[in-house]
Design a protein around this ligand. Structure first.
Ligand code: IPM
Ligand code: MG
Length: 353
């Protein structure tokens, strides 16, 4: 297969983990005989510094022409600490999502047996947790009408039936492939937009009689996720709730550095780690590249290249088994590996197995 991949490294630890993602993807393509081309493009603070725009036109063009985007992270302390900044690196990510029509963000929450002890939850609670959060990504407060005055400001959470329907279709498709249990997370006891979600979901549920559909308020879901994470199979929710719940989901597994995600919709899909740019670690060769590497596995899955995806996951598991790990997940007394070294080990493992 011929693959054209736009590589958006972004900020902070982004460039370091991006390099590793590319190296691992190139190794898989070499092994399986795929012809891959990587096209780098600017995003985030890096793009603001170079062009003034966090998602330049040129980057949009490169993404549109690519088969997939391998994205790393955006965010920079210079902007975080300046509430008056007119442009922000995060706007680059939001512009990319909107312009590429990426309305469905797929965030799997899976535990790795050998890292379960790193979870803030007791092992018996988190053991076996395996669910997917489907987060709506181009609507809600992120994109609704806004106003920012000196003494008054608002963001609007707006959804149309079409937007709710299309994300629920994605969620039902996942539920059908998995354990056939869909939890629709909303705040229908307070919010009008949530009541629209619930109404549309109830109508659609009859089309999927063999999927068990249940409804949960978001505050309750946040609690249930730490009390009984194994309850969930597929959860679907609006943009802001999904943002919050997926950070919660990522830490219960033991390391935020491990969770990948896929964003799909109308045009080129994007694969990215769910963690941020961790500016404090930039350039130190300490960031965990596994979420980025597992994003490459999700990319292969998207193109039905199942063996390629498996090769990536097997190599990640082997690196964990051999304690080839960055400091955040290294075992007591184990020698911590650098970002580059973990990447090189995994790429080499793929080529040799
Ligand atoms: C995420 C991030 C982004 C979001 C930020 C960086 C804009 O937190 O992908 O979850 O809020 O969507
Ligand atoms: Mg987030």
């Amino acid at each position: 297969m011929k693959l054209n991949i736009a590589v958006l490294a972004g900020d902070g630890i982004g460039p370091e983990i991006s390099k590793v993602g590319v190296e691992v993807m190139a190794a898989v393509c070499r092994k399986f005989g795929h012809d891959v081309e990587f096209v780098p493009a600017l995003v985030g603070a890096a793009a603001i510094d170079a062009t003034g725009n966090p998602f330049p036109e040129e980057t949009f063009r490169i993404c549109s022409e690519a088969d997939a985007v391998l994205f790393s992270a955006v965010g920079d302390l210079r902007f975080d600490n300046n509430p008056d900044a007119k442009v922000r690196p995060e706007q680059g990510l939001l512009a990319m999502r909107k312009q590429l029509g990426l309305y469905a963000n797929i965030r799997p929450v899976e535990t790795f047996d050998c890292l379960i002890h790193k979870s803030p939850l007791r092992t018996e609670i988190v053991e076996g947790a395996d669910f997917v959060c489907i987060r709506e990504l181009t609507g809600g407060m992120y994109f609704g009408e806004k106003f920012e005055g000196a003494d008054h400001a608002f963001d609007t959470c707006a959804y149309t039936r079409t937007e709710v329907e299309r994300i629920l279709r994605v969620a039902y498709a996942y539920a059908c492939r998995r354990r056939r249990h869909l939890t629709v997370v909303d705040k229908a006891n307070v919010l009008a937009s949530s009541r629209l979600w619930r109404k549309v979901a109830k109508e659609m549920a009859v089309e999927y009689p063999d999927v068990e559909t249940d409804f949960m308020y978001v505050d309750n879901a946040a609690m249930r996720m730490i009390q009984e994470p194994t309850f969930f199979d597929v959860m679907v929710t609006e943009n802001t709730f999904g943002d919050i719940l997926t950070d919660e989901g990522s830490v219960i597994t033991g390391s935020m550095g491990l969770l990948p995600s896929a964003s799909t919709g109308d045009s080129t899909p994007v694969f990215e780690p769910i963690h941020g740019s961790w500016p404090q670690a930039a350039g130190k060769n300490i960031a965990n590249p596994l979420a980025q590497i597992l994003s490459v596995a999700m990319l292969f899955d998207h193109f039905n290249l199942t063996d390629e995806a498996k090769a990536v996951r097997n190599a990640v598991n082997a690196s964990l088994d051999n304690n080839v790990r960055t400091p955040d997940i290294q075992v007591d007394g184990g020698e911590p590996y650098g970002t580059r070294e973990v990447g090189a080990w995994i790429a080499d493992y793929i080529l040799r197995h």
